[in-house]
Write a protein that binds this ligand. Structure first.
Ligand code: GAP
Length: 437
């Protein structure tokens, strides 16, 4: 089913996935805080990406580099000169817009009967500036990184030599990035502080186009086969020459069909040898790779799949949201892939007597070392199931009268709502099998 952004924002707030940041002060400029369920979902997204991109491959390794980097990094990368958007101001309503994204007249908020009176477009650099140390002068200026990628380029030799890797090989990183976006919005789709998952894949020049195709296919497969995102909600968008970033020879976005239209989810770029060449030039260090076997020396080309954790988070919720009717009662159900679900197992005593709560708590203590679990004894069993369905919990265990006699429980599946009876000592194996299938 299609779901509105408003429904997702409300669900996130109501159930503790995402809260407006600094809410008690009225919120703060498109910033958001992740709540107890949100951090679990985010952790699962990062873990799924890391497993697919790093752990399950023998030629990709990880790093975690600093947010603050030498200011020369951003001169070399081209961000000081070119990382900007065209900005226009309205002299009447005083609002600011990206010149290429001016909203329709009805949404511009100029006083009744007045027209927006725009200034000429000027380039606005998107990097956040700060000062390092106690003196706020030109020499102390530093930038919050607008992409994690540069931390990997400047460590190219450190990683290549310590890990004894030769192209093709990759360096991966997950971390925060910052951009002073002119028009953030659509909830967590575009924010000024966000988290990226990026991988720089270094290849021999000449093999770059082949690897570009490989990574486009691999990345699409991650969404469909590993996160369970519907194929019909995803598509590729191939950039035209004039749309390419200053460092790219080719770029393809994986787009998602958001409630506000098709938009970017992930970008896969062929960055050529631009970054390594520029850092070699600006740092004076030799950043070429020397192939001992062929005696060739070259700057590797780079293929880069890059995506925001927050954007994957939004897509997972939008794609999983569903409403149906169970036992004549409407329910909201998040059909999240079990791998992503913040809580894997809900545990419920049917009655608050006969020792059922104690038995259910003992099962919780048994399972909590293997899965994220949640114990709930409040309200009717139907309401308890629905509370878990709404946050995507794939499995529910109920302790009932029969449990007290034969140590079996019912195991309920979120999507089909079907229940089977199973001995307690088989629960861990059964849940592990279902989670990895
Ligand atoms: N290193 C390449 C790079 O940063 P990008 O297309 O600008 O490329 C990569 O960003 C991904 O990061 C995007 O596809 C998107 O998922 C995420 N992203 C970029 N800007 C964002 C923002 N302001 N808010 C949330 N996510 C953002």
């Amino acid at each position: 089913m299609s779901v509105s952004m408003e429904t997702i924002v409300n669900l996130c707030k109501r159930r503790g996935f995402v809260f407006p940041s600094s809410e008690i002060y009225g919120g703060f400029a498109s910033t958001w805080d992740y709540g107890p369920l949100g951090v679990e979902l985010k952790r699962n997204i990062r873990e799924a990406w890391w497993h697919y991109m790093v752990t399950a491959r023998e030629n990709i390794v990880g790093v975690e580099t600093a947010v603050l980097m030498h200011p020369r990094v951003w001169e070399a990368s081209g961000h000081v000169a070119g990382f900007s958007d065209p900005l226009v101001d309205c002299r009447t309503c005083k609002r600011r817009f990206r010149a290429d994204q001016i909203p329709p007249k009805a949404d511009r908020q100029c006083p009744k009967g007045m027209e927006c009176d725009f200034t000429e477009a000027r380039q606005f650099n998107l990097m956040f500036k700060t000062y390092v140390g106690p003196v706020e002068d030109e020499a102390a200026i530093a930038f919050l990184r607008p992409e994690t990628a540069q931390g990997m380029f400047v460590n190219f030799l450190n990683v290549q030599q310590t890990s004894r890797l030769k192209p093709p090989f990759g360096i991966a990183q997950i971390g925060k990035s910052f951009r002073n976006e002119i028009t953030p919005g659509n909830f967590i789709f575009r924010t000024r502080e966000f988290e990226q998952m990026e991988m720089e894949f270094f290849v021999k020049p000449g093999s770059d186009e082949e690897w570009f195709d490989y990574w486009r296919e691999q990345r699409m497969r991650w969404y469909t086969d590993h996160l369970g995102i519907k194929k019909t909600h995803l598509r590729f968008y191939h950039y035209k020459k004039e749309e390419l970033a200053h460092y790219a020879k080719a770029c393809t976005d994986i787009e998602y069909s958001y409630p506000f239209g098709w938009g970017e989810l992930e970008g896969i770029a062929n960055r050529t040898d631009f970054d390594l060449r520029r850092h070699a030039e600006y740092s004076g260090k030799d950043l070429t790779f020397f192939d001992e076997e062929t005696r060739e020396r070259y700057f590797p080309y780079v293929i880069e799949p890059a995506v925001g954790v927050d954007r994957v988070f939004l897509v997972c919720l939008l794609d999983a949201y569903d409403e149906d009717v169970q036992d004549n009662e409407p329910r909201v159900v998040l059909r999240l892939h079990p791998r992503l679900a913040p809580i894997k197992v809900g545990i419920f005593p049917l009655l608050r007597k006969e020792g059922q709560p104690e038995k259910a708590l003992a099962i919780r203590d048994l399972l909590k070392h293997h899965f994220t679990v949640f114990y709930d004894q409040a309200g009717s069993i139907g309401r308890r199931y629905r509370r878990q369905d709404e946050i995507g919990t794939p499995f529910g265990i109920t302790v009932d009268h029969q449990t007290m006699q034969d140590d079996t429980v019912t195991l309920r599946d979120r999507d089909s709502t079907q229940q089977i009876r199973i001995p307690i000592d088989r629960l861990i194996g059964e849940l592990q099998a279902r989670l990895s299938s």
